[in-house]
Design a protein around this ligand. Sequence first.
Ligand code: ZN
Ligand code: ZN
Length: 164
Amino acid sequence: MATRLLVSDLLTRLGATRRERLDVPIDVSLIQASIEGEAVLDIRISGIGDGVIVRGTAAVTVRYSCNRCLVEWDEPLEVGIDQVYRVEPEDTDVEMTVDATGWIDVGATVHDEIVLALEPVPLCTPDCRGLCPECGSDLNTEPCAGHGEASSSPFAALEHLFDS
Ligand SMILES: [Zn+2]
Ligand SMILES: [Zn+2]
């Protein structure tokens, strides 16, 4: 596994292209999503005179955690990669650097594209019923009988308002 690629052979050859497949280590640990292991990168690297452009895809398996019921599942994710690397970047917001010995590091690009593509509020199913806020039982699999009249009545909240 590696995140660096030697591209010195393509730097000065405008239009010259090479295909690469490599496994890029990736480690993402968020509340709703985590990725451990590697991203499978399938890219073409093309010379653009003073640098290279890297285009292709990165594929990973994401472990999501349902935002409502906390159940976990694995889901494949593939993102597009389209990144310019220059010996002397013109705009460091969008371009990355080819170092003095002709290497690029694709790790940050792959990591950022994948994190941007993650589902922000993952749900195991669109109508997941979540956990009972009182007893914590999973309402998808073990319907909770309720906790007394107050919580089972749809008017409980209103009654409470009138009480105060
Ligand atoms: Zn769920
Ligand atoms: Zn309950």
